[in-house]
Design a protein around this ligand. Structure first.
Ligand SMILES: C[S@@+](CC[C@H](N)C(=O)[O-])C[C@H]1O[C@@H](n2cnc3c(N)ncnc32)[C@H](O)[C@@H]1O
Length: 447
């Protein structure tokens, strides 16, 4: 359901869509299965491609000169692929190397025949490999993997390292990341690393077989994507015709250093600190023990993979340092924060948890706004979160933070979530069954 805050041509266009298809259009209840590049990886809290694509298309319609899109929390790359679909230039940042690998892979090149040849050669080498040496050594390896499984993953990893082209290795690493998630001893029902019951451990998990099957699905999805984009002139000889830049790192410092300006910011930030909401870092930890970071990006710091919590600690809201003081600063600055904090008990850890996350989000928003061109559009997809059982008014706080940096909020889309099965199983369902998209525009004269 579309909610008007004030008039804007984009709202007008979205209203037309809603009138045509009905109020529940934004829920994309019957969204078809993920295909093409969108189908290459499972990642926590993935956005709905059609939804973001349709908002992006509406922005393009009302603001035809909008060409440069930024997603500062790019994750698996939903907004990346939807931007490529519309022939836009794209910049993405994420602190999680698995997310970066996913985006680099999706951005191409799409050399389908060369991929098929290399895949056939790789699979035959893996099948002929009789070496029983481990390719990864890390604390807990024998807890998270059965002995045969670790040897099987090592065979795949060893042979991927010998593939000659980086673009092909990245595709194979991404496929292996999927295999590692399905063959490890961590429960599939949660993003946290959580050991399976002994009875549930799949003693016959076969990483080599699973890798070969994944590669078959990759061939199909890459072909789907390449055909679609080539027919529309977006790919020429397998290469995307506009620019894509993906950076591994923290958004605030990356954007500050880059000093670039964007016409559209489309993103879904984390909802809270990764420890108490979604642990993207833990989700990626096991695959990243096998994938050499040099094949992802030279800027990845080894420290973020040092243990199962390091990446989540380095992420937005991951550090509790001065958290209570940071909450106080925000209390004095924003009405929405003041109203909310008075509801939290002064004895519990709620105020600190609030301060740790929003204390990081606020400077990040400031930098994102600095990186937005006058007249540029923002679309922020946010879930709702509770602290001490009290709902955090994420949309009000976000809007106030944006407003302070020269943005005008003009609308919200409220939608129900139909596909977050994993979240439901994580017991997050009560807090995550609705989502809000905050729509805002940078004033012609930035503050
Ligand atoms: C909600 S997810 C994005 C999911 C994405 N929209 C998709 O469709 O896959 C939020 C992302 O923010 C990233 N993140 C957390 N802290 C960050 C930081 N300081 N800088 C950059 N990215 C960060 C997480 O790694 C995660 O991938």
């Amino acid at each position: 359901m579309l909610q008007k805050v004030k008039e804007d041509p984009l709202l007008e266009s979205l209203r037309g869509t809603q009138q045509k298809y009905g109020e529940d259009y934004w829920s994309f209840k019957n969204a078809s299965k993920r295909r093409g590049a969108h189908a290459l990886i499972h990642y926590p809290a993935m956005m709905v491609p059609n939804l973001q694509g349709s908002i992006l298309a509406a922005i393009k319609e009302v603001s035809p000169n909008s060409q440069k899109v930024l997603d500062p929390f790019v994750g698996s790359g939903t907004v990346l692929v939807e931007s490529m679909n519309l022939g836009l230039d794209f910049t993405g940042v994420d602190i999680n190397p698995l997310a970066v690998l996913s985006c680099l892979t999706k951005s191409g090149p799409y050399f389908i025949d060369a991929f098929t040849d290399r895949a056939a050669e790789l699979v035959s080498k893996i099948r002929a490999d009789r070496i029983t040496r481990h390719e990864a050594t890390f604390l807990g390896r024998d807890k998270w993997f059965e002995a045969d499984v670790a040897i099987g993953i090592s065979k795949v990893a060893r042979n991927i390292k010998n593939v000659d082209a980086l673009w092909a290795r990245r595709l194979f690493w991404l496929a292996l990341a999927r295999v590692i998630r399905t063959c490890c001893n961590s429960r599939n029902s949660t993003y946290k690393l959580h050991i399976k019951k002994a009875a549930d451990i799949n003693a016959v998990a076969d990483p080599v077989k699973s890798f070969v099957e994944t590669i078959e699905t990759y061939k199909k999805h890459l072909q789907e994507q390449a055909t679609d984009w080539s027919e529309r002139g977006l790919l020429k000889q397998g290469r995307y015709q506009k620019s894509v830049s993906i950076t591994a790192g923290d958004s605030t410092s990356t954007l500050q250093e880059a000093g670039l300006l964007f016409d559209v910011v489309m993103t879904s930030p984390p909802y809270g600190d990764n420890k108490t909401t979604i642990p993207y870092g833990q989700y990626a930890f096991l695959p990243l023990q096998w994938i050499p970071t040099v094949d992802i990006s030279p800027s990845i710091e080894a420290g973020v993979l040092a243990n199962t919590h390091a990446l989540d600690t380095a992420s937005l809201g991951g550090s509790a340092r001065n958290a209570a003081d940071r909450a106080e600063v925000l209390r004095n600055e924003f009405d929405s924060v003041r109203k909310y904090l008075t509801k939290l008990s002064s004895k519990g850890s709620g105020v600190k948890r609030f301060g740790a996350f929003f204390g990081d989000l606020d400077p990040c928003i400031e930098q994102i706004c600095k990186s937005t061109n006058p007249g540029g559009y923002h679309a922020w997809t946010i879930g709702s979160r509770h602290i001490e059982g009290i709902r955090v008014p994420m949309e009000e706080i976000l809007e106030e933070m944006l407003d302070k940096r020269g943005m005008d909020t003009f609308g919200r889309i409220h939608r129900s979530i139909h596909a977050k099965k994993m979240a439901a199983r994580n017991n997050l369902s009560s807090t995550m069954n609705t989502e809000i998209i905050v729509l805002a525009k940078m004033s012609a004269k930035k503050k």
